[in-house]
Design a protein around this ligand. Structure first.
Ligand code: DX5
Ligand code: ZN
Length: 220
C-alpha cells in the first residue's frame, strides 16, 4: 500500500490472433504482472481461455502470471492452472464453498493466493480469510467483460478492504480490476491500491508503452 503502483495488463483486451505479439509488447514496456482473465460462461456470461493458454504464456515470458478465475467450482480447476504456470491465482469469494481450504491448496501447490470480491459483495467477508491472503482483488466493474465503466464507489471499497487488512494486522497486495484509466487509476492509488489491472485502456491504444508509463505517472 502507498508504494509505486504495479501495472497488470489484462490480456482479455489483447489481440487474440496475435497474443504473443501483444504480450511481448507490454512485457518490453516494463509491466509487473500479466493479468489472465479466465471465464467459464457460468460464473460470468463470458467464456475466455484456459490452462493451455496459461502454459503457452509461461513459455514466452518470465513476467508473473496473475490468473483471475471467474469460474464456478474453482476447487476442481485451481490445480490445473498452477500446473500450467500461474504465479498468482485469485478465486472469487462468491464461488468458493471453503475459501480458507482453497487458499491452503493454492499455497501447498506453490502459488500465491488472492481472493476477488464483486462490487456487491460486502468487504466484511474478507475478515474470514484476509490473514492467509497474498492479495485482495477488488472488482471495480461487474466481472465478465472488458471496457466497462469504473464503478464510482470503488475507491471507498478499496479503502474498506484495506481497513479490513489493517484490522487483521496484515498487508496483502491490494489489486483493483475494471475500468482503470488515466482518470480512475489515481483515485485507486490514492487510497492504497498496489496493483492496477488495465485492459482496454492499454490495448485499445497503439502506443501501449506510453499508456503504461502514463498510468504510473498519474499515480505518482
Ligand atoms: C473483467 C476482468 C477485468 C477486465 C479489465 O471481468 O476481470 O480484468 O478484463 O478490463 P478493462 O480494463 O477494459 O476494464
Ligand atoms: Zn480480471
Amino acid at each position: 500500500m502507498y508504494g509505486p503502483v504495479q501495472i497488470a495488463p489484462s490480456i482479455l483486451s489483447a489481440d487474440c490472433a496475435n497474443l504473443e505479439r501483444d504480450v511481448r509488447e507490454v512485457v518490453d514496456a516494463g509491466i509487473d504482472w500479466i493479468h489472465v482473465d479466465v471465464m467459464d460462461g457460468h460464473f460470468v456470461p463470458n467464456l475466455t481461455i484456459g490452462p493451455a493458454h496459461v502454459r503457452a504464456l509461461k513459455e514466452i515470458t518470465d513476467v508473473p502470471l496473475d490468473v483471475h478465475l471467474m469460474i464456478d467450482n474453482p476447487e476442481e480447476q485451481v490445480p490445473w492452472y498452477i500446473s500450467a504456470g500461474a504465479d498468482m491465482i485469485s478465486v472469487h469469494y462468491e464461488a468458493c464453498s471453503d475459501p480458507r481450504a482453497l487458499i491452503a491448496t493454492i499455497h501447498e501447490r506453490g502459488a500465491q493466493a488472492g481472493i476477488a470480491i464483486n462490487p456487491d459483495t460486502p468487504t466484511e467477508v474478507l475478515a474470514d480469510v484476509v490473514d492467509v491472503l497474498d492479495m485482495v482483488l477488488v472488482m471495480s466493474v461487474h466481472p465478465g467483460f472488458a471496457g466497462q465503466s469504473f464503478i464510482p464507489e470503488s475507491p471507498a471499497r478499496l479503502a474498506a478492504a484495506i481497513g479490513q487488512c489493517k484490522d487483521a494486522g496484515v498487508e496483502p497486495l491490494i489489486e483493483v480490476d475494471g475500468g482503470i484509466n488515466f482518470l480512475t487509476a489515481p483515485l485507486c492509488s490514492a487510497v492504497g491500491a498496489d496493483v492496477l489491472v488495465a485492459g482496454n485502456a492499454i490495448f485499445s491504444q497503439t502506443d501501449r508503452a506510453a499508456v503504461i508509463k502514463e498510468l504510473r505517472h498519474v499515480c505518482d
